[in-house]
Write a protein that binds this ligand. Structure first.
Ligand SMILES: [Fe+2]
Ligand SMILES: [Fe+2]
Length: 274
C-alpha cells in the first residue's frame, strides 16, 4: 500500500479549509461577535444531517430539556456556539470520509467525561464538552486518506491509555504520516480560528506538559475516562495495572462513581443521537 504523506495530510486540511459547505459557512459565521442563534440557525438549516444532530443533542437527557426543544435556534442556544462549531467541523471532515459509530462513541463519552471533570475543577463545562467532542478529529482526517486506519482505531478505542501506549501510537503515526493525530487536529482547529488554548489542548492531548489550562486538563482526563470505560476493566483490574493512566483530577474514591455516571449519561446521549 502506498503510504500517505504529510503533504497528503496538508492538502486534505487545505481542502477542508476551502470547502464552501454549510459547515464551513457556519464556522466562519460563529467567529463574529454580533451573531445570534437565529442567524446561525438560518445557515445551519441548509444541512439536514447537522440540523438533526443539533436537535437530537439538544433534546437528549444530558441537557435536561425533557425532549421539548422544537426549533433549531432554540436547540443552538441550548448547546451553545462552541458545541455547534464542533459539530460543524465534524460534519466538514465527515464530508470527505467516514466517522464510524465507534468514533462517535469515543467522542461523546470523552465529551461527557470532560464536561464532568470541568464541573469538578471549576472549568467551563460547555467548552470542555465541545473540545472533547472533536479532540480526535485528526484521526478522522487520517482515516479519510487511509481506510486501513479504521482498524487501528477500532483496536485503540478499547484499550486503557498508558504512557508507553501513547508514545508508541504517536511515534507510529509520525513515522507513517509525518504528523500525529493531535498535531493534525490542531492544524485544522487553528485554520478555523479556534482559540489558541483549544488548539494547544488538542495538539497535546496525549502529551500534556507543564501546567495545563483548565480546559486542557479536563480534556486529558475526559479522554482517559472514555478509554477506561471502553476497556470494561473493573476497579480492581484498574488498580492492579499501575501503568494505566488515571484521570488527574478524579481521586480513587470518586473514580468508580464518575465512571458509572459518565457511562450512563454518554450511553443515553448516543442512543438519543443515533
Ligand atoms: Fe487522541
Ligand atoms: Fe481520544
Amino acid at each position: 500500500m502506498d503510504l500517505i504523506s504529510t503533504e497528503d495530510i496538508n492538502q486534505r486540511i487545505e481542502v477542508l479549509e476551502a470547502s464552501h459547505s454549510v459547515a464551513s459557512r457556519l464556522l466562519t459565521l460563529i467567529e463574529r461577535d454580533d451573531i445570534g442563534a437565529r442567524e446561525v440557525a438560518t445557515v445551519a438549516s441548509a444541512d439536514p444531517v447537522l440540523v438533526q444532530r443539533i436537535m437530537r443533542m439538544a433534546n437528549s437527557a444530558y441537557y435536561g430539556t425533557g425532549g421539548r426543544v422544537r426549533e433549531l435556534h432554540a436547540g443552538i442556544a441550548i448547546l451553545g456556539f462552541d458545541a455547534v462549531k464542533s459539530l460543524a467541523l465534524t460534519s466538514l471532515v465527515e464530508g470527505s470520509g467516514t466517522i464510524t459509530p465507534q468514533d462517535w462513541d469515543h467522542s461523546i463519552t470523552s465529551a461527557v467525561a470532560a464536561g464532568e471533570v470541568a464541573r469538578m475543577i471549576g472549568a467551563d463545562q460547555q467548552q470542555a464538552f465541545s473540545l472533547a467532542l472533536l479532540h480526535d478529529i485528526g484521526e478522522a482526517v487520517i482515516a479519510s486518506l487511509d481506510s486501513g486506519f479504521h482498524e487501528v482505531l477500532a483496536e485503540r478505542r478499547t484499550l486503557p491509555l498508558t504512557a508507553d501506549f501513547e508514545l508508541a501510537m504517536l511515534a507510529a503515526e509520525r513515522k507513517q504520516y509525518g504528523l500525529h493525530h493531535g498535531a493534525i487536529g490542531a492544524d485544522l482547529l487553528a485554520s478555523w480560528n479556534f482559540h489558541p488554548d483549544l488548539v494547544q489542548a488538542v495538539a497535546q492531548h496525549h502529551t500534556p506538559k507543564g501546567s495545563l489550562s483548565r480546559v486542557h486538563a479536563a480534556l486529558v482526563d475526559g479522554d482517559r475516562i472514555a478509554h477506561l470505560i471502553a476497556s470494561e476493566l473493573s476497579m480492581d483490574q484498574i488498580r492492579e495495572q499501575p501503568s494505566v493512566l488515571l484521570p488527574n483530577y478524579v481521586g480513587d474514591p470518586q473514580l468508580a462513581g464518575v465512571l458509572a455516571n459518565v457511562k450512563a449519561r454518554s450511553t443515553a446521549m448516543i442512543a438519543d443521537l443515533f
